[in-house]
Design a protein around this ligand. Structure first.
Ligand code: RUB
Length: 323
């Protein structure tokens, strides 16, 4: 039934793979939306065919980027709601479930924002890395509470998601100092908090987020600047409860070194196999370098996040399309 996957699912998958749609929460939202589109457009005539189509769509979406667990968590949540005896029943249930997921995601982010805002005081300076909608929700709620906030925004090479953060913060009226990543340690002296998001959080409280987060957290600890991770519970990685590790995505060399730059660096021999570029998209910050994980269920010291994971997931494991 693979061929019955509608073009909208393929284009959502391509947008995620190429990072036109990016950031863990936004990816989850887009994936749920794509499953809804598949359910609406399906021409399946039997319940079995409908289920197979939805599972094939989920697999297409899943195979885009490996690190943000919000993607399989979203797919699993929607597919679990695919209940009914007939195609119309299955269709209605899947659409309702996808819509509920998207509603809950938005609600969780705003609840998380209010909780995170309580950690911020009037006049605080916050250092950010990458672009996280969960992190920005905390700043937005603090502003709504009438607190003045300033931001030091790390550029975030190679994709410069810091520019998205800077633009969003300027829209909110926040004064922004944009710095290159290498300047972070120097500017930590001016920061009251480091505030980042997460792509996945492991059962031991390790935080998987944009490459450079772990170095920033180590430097912040050395400088005595608290590190706050804003992450909805959709970022909690169920498989890590049974010893699995989180796969770190390696992205294309061209993001780091353009063809023209490669030619320059190799002295006109762009095929030089001994010039390798390594481009990991994420890294792992150990729990000892994180002060608080802020979720919509409250804030947690990283070491106790596993209690929340057990409560939310029970023994959930396996691929999203497995019944
Ligand atoms: C994005 C990134 C973000 C998290 C959290 O990486 O690391 O910090 O996904 O974002 P990329 P959010 O740009 O490679 O997708 O809070 O919006 O879910």
């Amino acid at each position: 039934y693979e061929s019955a996957v509608v073009p909208a699912v393929d284009s959502t998958a391509a947008d995620i793979a190429d990072m036109r749609t990016r950031g863990a929460a936004t990816i989850a939202d887009a994936a749920a939306q794509a499953l809804e589109t598949q359910a609406r457009a399906s021409e399946a005539t039997t319940p079995e065919a409908f289920r197979s189509e939805l599972r094939a769509a989920a697999r297409t979406l899943y195979e885009t980027r490996p690190t943000a667990v919000s993607l399989p968590n979203a797919l699993r949540y929607v597919l679990r709601g695919m209940e009914g005896e007939t195609v119309p029943e299955l269709r209605a249930a899947t659409i309702a479930r996808a819509e509920a997921f998207q509603r809950d995601l938005a609600q969780a982010q705003s609840t998380l924002g209010e909780i995170g805002a309580n950690r911020l005081r009037d006049g605080d300076v916050v250092m950010t890395h990458c672009h996280s909608t969960d992190a920005l929700a905390c700043l937005e709620a603090a502003l709504e509470d009438g607190k003045a906030i300033e931001a030091i925004v790390k550029e975030t090479r190679p994709r410069k998601q810091g520019h998205i953060t800077a633009r969003r913060l300027r829209e909110l009226g926040v004064p922004v100092t944009l710095i290159v990543d290498n300047a972070a340690r120097r500017y930590l002296d001016d920061a009251d908090h480091v505030l980042v998001g997460a792509d996945s959080i492991a059962a031991d409280g390790s935080v998987v987020n944009k490459i450079g987060t772990s170095g920033l957290a180590v430097n912040a600890r050395e400088r005595g600047v608290p590190v706050m991770v804003a992450a909805q519970t959709i970022k909690l990685h169920p498989d890590t409860m049974t010893g699995h590790t989180v796969e770190i995505e390696m992205r294309a060399a061209e993001e780091v070194l353009s063809d023209a730059e490669r030619s320059d660096v190799t002295g006109g021999k762009p095929d030089d196999q001994n010039l390798r570029v390594a481009n990991p998209a994420f890294d792992v910050t150990p729990p000892r370098h994180v002060d608080a994980i802020v979720t919509e269920r409250g804030q947690f010291p990283p070491e106790s996040i596993v209690t929340l994971m057990r409560e939310l997931f029970g023994e959930t494991t396996g691929e999203p399309w497995e019944p």
